[in-house]
Design a protein around this ligand. Structure first.
Ligand code: LUZ
Ligand code: MOS
Length: 763
């Protein structure tokens, strides 16, 4: 079957926020931004703006009827600045006007007076100044301090990874409508409808029952709308609440780039120790996370960095410490992988560092240290149903690793000005929200009297195909064809208290809830058939299962059963609750069983570098991935392709840059490059590993959203290998992204001075 949405997408029939028909009387909102990255907010003067025709109101913190606070984990973030400003682009005031044009024209006329204060943009500087968003965390297993003495080889170094802009095609926005009895209804482009509802209620001084949030679909999220859709929803709602008119707020691209947080840049120190057999004995790592001006999701991202700091390897002695550093940048936030990729980058850097020093292929160290069944992660959960070695060996066999190695060596032998590089990238990603309580979901399923079915869950469709998977679960469980099923918008009045669609867990959590609801309905209908229609209950059950096993929807007697149920006054609706069993984690000891399961895989990446120009192409990414029993191979392959390319972008060309004043330099798509078709690997081969799936995965189809992004790390290390095939005499720093400029500098280290000189020469 096909993904349900793409046909409507290409016909332009899918409704996004900006496609919602505009209601009469709508006001348009635009956000006044802080002009400085840090300072005392002395005055906001809107006199000139208000004189502009069409401008209706300019709202500031003083107009907020409830609490001026939208912090999620830590209450440290006002909706509108009050007293101080902490980053450039911080919302200071909201202009409401009769037209979008008037609202934007008014922005320049609002005078924001700020007395400057010192600006910090570097996480290590922030840590040294004691500027931490939350106390540091340490994950520890074994005794790394004592283990160094037993190591044959010890290496240490520094690794840096940059930020990443989400670049969802649909920018942030919301459309709010005043409702009867003083409430608001918000159409929001959010991954977290409940977060928008909760914070808006708080800001407006309302009960959550007075705030309804509805989401049809997003034009991409990638984590950028897990927490950071909230301000725009709350601001539009504030405007609607104060004026009693509908208010629409949609950021233009450059405002979105300036005002929203991104993937966290990290700067990290590592030390790794190996024994004579090249087994990793000990690993110590310290992460400095650039959190930005408020906590947002940074503490949770930091925690996932620690969870994934050993990637797919077993290490008996680990000490990993992480600092979440407060800087004067927009608060950084969730981004596909959620800190995991940053942790894995340091691990892979440590292995490459050791291998280069020992004169080995990094793959030798990687393969030797892969996780095996029962091995403990640093947080004490054992690796169960572990497919790390299977994934590696399958990828190596399927894509002829020895042959690829020979090809690369022969090519490099034959070419002076072109070099190829090859790297393997194993991944291991934990599936579940690391905050145990968030692993719950509900589904509300209605069967209508004509046999058609409406399904509501907390899952948000953002292009990842979750609605298709949920429809599949309902169709399979009820034994009816897909055309009978409609997946409804995500609405806080139908399904309440939802977790955001995030952590790769959306299809698992909401799919399991849908399965439970449908199982209850099926059971009720089959019992009815047996008693009221004198059909054979067991026989029906067996028939149902047989037809399902044959891969066909049963649909037999469906309409008859549904109709009979209605006339017998049997409920045709069900609301089911699912909570992932057996999860626990103690955040004081940093031990427990936080993940339902892990996803494994290995990618083989081949790149070719033009050693005169520093430019490169990714020739191939070939991978074996653990999907379990994939519910939908097309959708899952799509997630792999998108994840790989997004990961390559982060590691190669996406060069997010702020200056020391906290101003975003990469402030448009002229200066911030993301991968296009030409940057994607010429070959992207996906092998579906033969694995049984996990009982906690929906219909044994394992979570697929975030894990593939981390295959992109392979491209960084393949580029490094290619550069080293050209020059081995000067060691290279571990610093991503590996832009063509950086490759060029790495090829000719003797010709270039420090980075500053290069930058000047380039301009
Ligand atoms: N969001 C969250 C996430 O709140 N907790 C998580 O563990 C997580 N993991 C990945 C992506 N988003
Ligand atoms: Mo995400 S980073 O799963 O919103």
């Amino acid at each position: 079957m096909n993904h349900l949405d793409p046909i409507r997408h290409v016909r332009g029939e899918s409704q996004y926020l900006d496609d919602v028909p505009v209601q009469h009387g709508t006001l348009y909102a635009a956000v006044v931004e802080s002009p400085l990255a840090h300072g005392r907010l002395l005055a906001i003067d809107a006199t000139a703006a208000l004189a502009l025709p069409g401008v209706v109101r300019v709202l500031t913190a003083a107009d907020i009827p409830g609490t001026n606070q939208i912090g999620g984990i830590v209450p440290d973030e006002p909706l509108l600045a009050e007293g101080h400003v902490h980053f450039r682009g911080q919302p200071v005031a909201l202009v409401l006007a009769e037209s979008e044009h008037a609202a934007h024209a008014a922005l320049a006329l609002v005078r924001v007076e700020v007395e400057p204060l010192p600006i910090i943009t570097d996480p290590r500087v922030a840590a040294a100044a004691g500027e931490l968003l939350v106390p540091p965390r340490t994950f520890q297993i074994g005794d790394s301090g004592a283990a160094w003495a037993g190591c044959t080889h010890v290496f240490a170094g520094v690794a840096e990874s940059g930020g990443q802009e989400h670049l969802y095609i649909e920018t942030q926005g919301a459309y709010a409508f005043p409702t009867e009895m003083g409430g608001v209804r918000i159409i929001s482009s959010t991954q977290g409808p409940t977060a928008v509802q909760r914070h808006t209620a708080h800001v407006l001084g309302l009960g959550m029952h007075q705030v309804e949030v509805d989401v049809t679909r997003l034009g991409g999220g990638f984590g950028g709308k897990e927490d950071q859709a909230t301000p725009w929803g709350a601001l539009a709602a504030l405007g609607a609440f104060v004026t009693r008119r509908p208010v629409k707020l949609a950021l233009d691209r450059m405002a979105d780039l300036r005002m929203t947080g991104k993937r966290h840049p990290y700067s990290s120190d590592f030390k790794i120790g190996l024994d004579a057999e090249l087994k990793i004995v000990a690993y110590e790592v310290t992460f400095y996370q650039n959190g930005g001006a408020a906590a947002d999701l940074s503490p949770a991202v930091l925690e996932r960095t620690l969870f994934h700091c050993t990637n797919a390897y077993f290490i008996p002695n680990v000490t990993a410490t992480a600092y979440s550093c407060r800087t004067n940048l927009p608060p950084n936030t969730a981004f596909r992988g959620f800190g995991g990729p940053q942790g894995m980058f340091v691990m892979e850097s440590a292995l490459a560092c050791a291998a280069e020093a020992l004169g080995l292929e990094t793959a030798e160290l990687q393969r030797r240290n892969l996780l095996r069944e029962g091995d403990l992660f640093p947080y004490r959960q054992p690796a169960e149903m572990c497919h790390a070695e299977q994934a590696w060996d399958t990828a190596a066999a399927k894509f002829d690793l020895p042959g690829r190695r020979r090809e690369v060596a022969a090519f490099n032998e034959a070419h002076r000005w072109q070099k190829k590089g090859l790297a393997l990238m194993p991944i291991c990603f934990g599936i579940s929200f690391t905050k145990t309580a968030m692993n719950q979901a509900r589904a509300l399923v209605h069967i209508y009297t004509d046999g058609s079915v409406g399904v509501s869950t907390g899952a948000v469709e953002m292009g990842q195909g979750v609605n298709t998977k949920i429809a599949q679960v309902a169709a399979r469980t009820l034994g009816i064809p897909l055309h009978r099923i409609k997946v409804e918008s995500t609405n806080t009045t139908r399904v309440a208290n939802t977790s955001p669609s995030a952590a790769s867990a959306t299809a698992d959590l909401n799919g399991k809830a849908t399965e439970l609801a449908c199982l209850a309905l099926r059971e009720r209908l089959l019992r009815l058939a047996a008693t009221e229609l004198r059909m054979d209950y067991e026989g029906l059950h067996i028939e149902h299962e047989q037809v399902l096993a044959a891969g066909k929807p049963a649909d037999t007697n469906w309409e008859k059963l549904v109709s009979a149920a209605y006339w017998q006054r049997v409920s045709l609706s069900e609301n089911a609750h699912y909570a992932t069993p057996d999860l626990h984690f103690d955040a004081t000891t940093n031990q427990g069983h936080p993940f339902a399961y892990h996803v494994y895989g290995t990618a083989l990446t081949t790149v070719r570098v033009d050693c005169r120009r520093g430019t490169y192409v990714v020739e191939a990414v070939e991978l074996a991935h653990d999907f379990g029993q994939s519910l939908h191979q097309q959708i899952d392959r799509g997630q792999i392709e998108g994840g790989v390319v997004q990961g390559i972008g982060w590691m190669t060309m996406e060069d997010l840059a702020y200056n020391t004043e906290g101003r975003l330099l990469s402030n448009s798509l002229n200066s911030y490059k993301i991968p296009d078709l030409y940057a994607a690997p010429a070959t992207l081969a996906v092998h579906f590993l033969d694995t049984p799936g996990h009982p906690l995965a929906v219909l044994r189809s394992k979570a697929v959203g975030e894990p593939p992004l981390m295959y992109g790390l392979g491209t960084y290390f393949a580029l490094r290998a290619a550069v080293r095939a050209f020059q081995r005499h000067t060691p290279l720093p571990f610093s991503a992204p590996m832009t063509p400029e950086k490759v060029l500098v790495s090829l000719y280290p003797e010709f270039v001075g420090p980075r500053e000189t290069v930058a000047v020469a380039a301009t």
